[in-house]
Design a protein around this ligand. Structure first.
Ligand code: EPZ
Length: 425
């Protein structure tokens, strides 16, 4: 296993290119299962979760070619086994995204239940209940979801009790090929869902309301092959992570390839701290200007367009520098403060009460040996190591590599001193 050794405090300068969006790439790669000939993608980020997705597809009989230098993937969706095995789904919960495309194209699927992860139980009951309403027989046996279509897939009126991103994605795919119309109420509004809907429309699906919480889909039993390359947009959470890095290290950075219209709630949160932003629209670049003094803030996570839960850990680290008491409420996942115990080791003054973190500052964090527990927690620990006094060693850094394309290498290119080392497992 790898670890990162970070010398702090880091003073960074220069520009950084944001990579393709993990949470857009994953559902789009699984959507290739809908087609019977090669589908190609570009601007695909070089991540472990992409590797896992291709391995999972391979177990189904799907072949793929990944040009990692070019960031291009071509998938030949020759499905033989309509099974997504536990061996791969347990490593990446997004494996549940095989369910919709397999049932939509083949009328059957056997997909391992994802199981929980560090941040929560991560159930998929909303996905299954909605599929049953569309005429799919769904049983859960021996840790697997066994889905089989009885007759034809019927459009339905679906109302999600809670906003679910992958639940909306699975059901959007099924609704696109169902007979008759579907309505999805309390649909996720995330840009990743919009990107999936736009791909389905490109293939002939008819829907309205993408990006709102009410999506109406006019079913159509067949979808055309998308033709041409499917371009993955840049990652809004990586962008937000770099904003945390710039704020915490008080470094002025220019972020390239930013999807600026997706950054509203994150920019507002850091602006209220005192960070300043300048958009250079012609080059889709965002200049981030730190401040000498940061104000405390009161923030809560919410489904898009609210403040993203995937940015909560990174914000918490930056708030250690704010002068006063900040409050951050985590409303999406039940156990998403694993990074706090590690930040305590560095001197952070954070107390947790139920789903609320109180951060007192300003605190000068001290370098220390710490451990990554999940993807976004590991990002918050990198932010901490960069602004701490002294050396920080972060172990189990595979969590970071699941969702960030060599963040350490990108950081060293703008002046950080980070070494990646092997450590005994
Ligand atoms: C997606 O996960 C993202 N993953 C997550 O990003 C992100 O944190 C999450 O959405 C919330 O924005 C991908 O897109 C691949 P949910 P997802 O279904 O779809 C509950 C990252 O760091 N729920 O929107 O699995 C659930 O427990 C990852 O990149 C049910 O109870 O999340 C949670 O409390 C982490 N039953 C809430 O809803 C269900 O059937 C939101 O979950 C489904 C969800």
């Amino acid at each position: 296993m790898d670890a990162l050794i970070i010398e702090g405090p880091a003073r960074l300068k220069g520009s950084v290119s944001i990579s393709g969006s993990k949470n857009t790439a994953l559902p789009l790669l699984f959507t290739s299962l809908l087609f019977d000939r090669e589908v190609t993608f570009s601007n695909v980020p070089r991540l472990w979760d992409i590797e896992t997705t291709l391995k999972l597809l391979e177990t189904m009989g799907v072949t793929s070619h990944w040009d990692k230098e070019q960031g291009e993937i071509s998938i030949m969706p020759t499905v033989i086994h309509k099974v997504a095995p536990y061996e791969w789904v347990r490593r990446m919960r997004a494996g549940i995204l095989a369910l919709g495309p397999l049932v939509a194209r083949y009328g059957e699927a056997k997909v391992s239940l994802p199981g929980g992860c560090a941040i929560g139980a991560r159930p998929v009951n909303y996905h299954l209940e909605a599929m049953r309403k569309m005429g799919v027989s769904v049983e859960v046996e021996e840790g697997y979801v066994k889905a089989r279509l009885k007759g034809s897939l019927k459009g339905a009126h679906i109302s999600f009790p809670q906003v679910t991103v992958t639940g909306t994605e699975n059901l959007l795919i099924l609704a696109a090929v169902a007979e008759g119309n579907s309505v999805i109420e309390n649909a996720a509004r995330e840009p990743e869902v919009v990107a999936l809907g736009e791909l389905l429309i490109r293939c002939g699906a008819r829907m309205s309301g993408l990006g709102t919480s009410l999506i109406e889909v006019q079913g159509s039993t067949t979808l055309r092959h998308p033709e041409g390359k499917i371009v993955i947009p840049s990652d809004r959470i990586e962008t937000g992570t770099w904003i945390s890095i710039a704020a915490a290290t008080r470094s002025e950075l220019i972020l390239q390839n930013v999807e600026i219209d997706q950054m509203g709630s994150v920019i507002r949160a850091f602006e209220s701290m005192g960070v300043r932003f300048h958009l250079m629209a012609e080059s889709r670049a965002l200049r981030v200007e730190p401040a000498d003094h940061y104000h405390p803030v009161d923030i809560e996570t919410a489904p898009y367009p609210g403040f993203p839960t995937d940015m909560q850990a990174q914000l918490l680290t930056a708030l250690c520098l704010a002068e006063g008491k900040s409050r951050v409420r985590e409303n999406i996942f039940e156990n998403r403060f694993m990074h706090v115990a590690e930040l305590h080791r560095m001197g952070a003054r954070i107390t947790i009460h139920e789903n609320e973190a109180i951060v007192e500052g300003p605190v000068t964090l001290q370098g220390a040996p710490i451990m990554a527990t999940d993807l976004r927690a590991s990002a918050s620990l990198v932010v901490a190591g960069l602004c701490a006094q002294g050396r920080t060693k972060i172990s189990r850094i595979y969590h970071l590599d699941r969702g960030y394309q060599r963040l350490d290498r990108k950081l060293n290119q703008v002046g950080a001193h980070i070494e990646r080392v092997k450590e005994d497992s």
